[in-house]
Design a binder for this molecule. Sequence first.
Ligand SMILES: C[S@@+](CC[C@H](N)C(=O)[O-])C[C@H]1O[C@@H](n2cnc3c(N)ncnc32)[C@H](O)[C@@H]1O
Length: 283
Amino acid sequence: MHSDYQLVRLANGAFSIRDRAAGETFHPVIGPRAEAEALYVRPLRIRERLQSESGEFVIWDVGLGGAANIATVLRSVQDLPGRLRVVSFDRTLEGLRFALNHAHDLEYFAGWEDVCSALLEHRAISLARSALKLDWDRHLGDFPVLLGRPEAAAWPKPHGILFDAFSPARNPDMWTAPLFARLHEILDPRRPCMLATYSRSTMLRVTLLLAGFHVGIGGATGEKEETTIAANTGDLIEHPLDRRWLGRARRSRSAEPLRTPHYRQAPLSTESWDRLLTHPQFR
Ligand SMILES: C[S@@+](CC[C@H](N)C(=O)[O-])C[C@H]1O[C@@H](n2cnc3c(N)ncnc32)[C@H](O)[C@@H]1O
């Protein structure tokens, strides 16, 4: 059968996965492993936060894809005692299947192939590795639809969210204002949660702010100097966006959040600007 996926070699020699139908490469800059560390593992401070958590530490992996991000998370905490719960979301498991068939070239599974293979077969798995206890569930389907259902309120509340959809232009349904508002609404306000994503676009940052998140500068990869980090509490954000950023957002020609899953670019509306000014981050 013809696969929608293809292995591509990046300039630095690392292999990544290209989704031909979406027309996008999963980790196009410095490769899956390095990108997962720089954009998700380090900025979300997963090691430290897992260690200081007495109960379960919960990660939502939005856009499981080839599981590079989550395999890198697992590798980064495999020597720690603790309880990790991962909830992965995707509309297909074919990215993961393709990645496992190319595990040798992709390199990032590094000892977690059997666990990731088990997730292909089972909706939920539980296991222990040394002193780390892992529970891993997956939800297959359209993420905005799943998140909108009442049952989503019963999902384990996250401490960290890896948000890795395709770009807004190609995958606008994953970047709308209603989606991030719902995501913020569903978090437990008593459980500090950080979200990391690769985009640094003004439109995304405004969307997160208007959804109620505090927003700052995330980890850097080679090509982009910065990415984005958001949290439901301001003290988790090390480099918050400031009033200079706000000034640039006001002048930007692409800052207004997407209300519907149709990509377009527009400057900030008066209503969005007024709401931004009242955000606690800028007061
Ligand atoms: C950039 S890839 C994720 C790469 C992955 N995080 C990894 O580390 O290999 C984006 C993923 O988002 C998924 N996706 C896109 N739109 C979606 C939607 N509406 N609902 C659920 N998953 C979606 C795609 O199927 C794809 O696997």
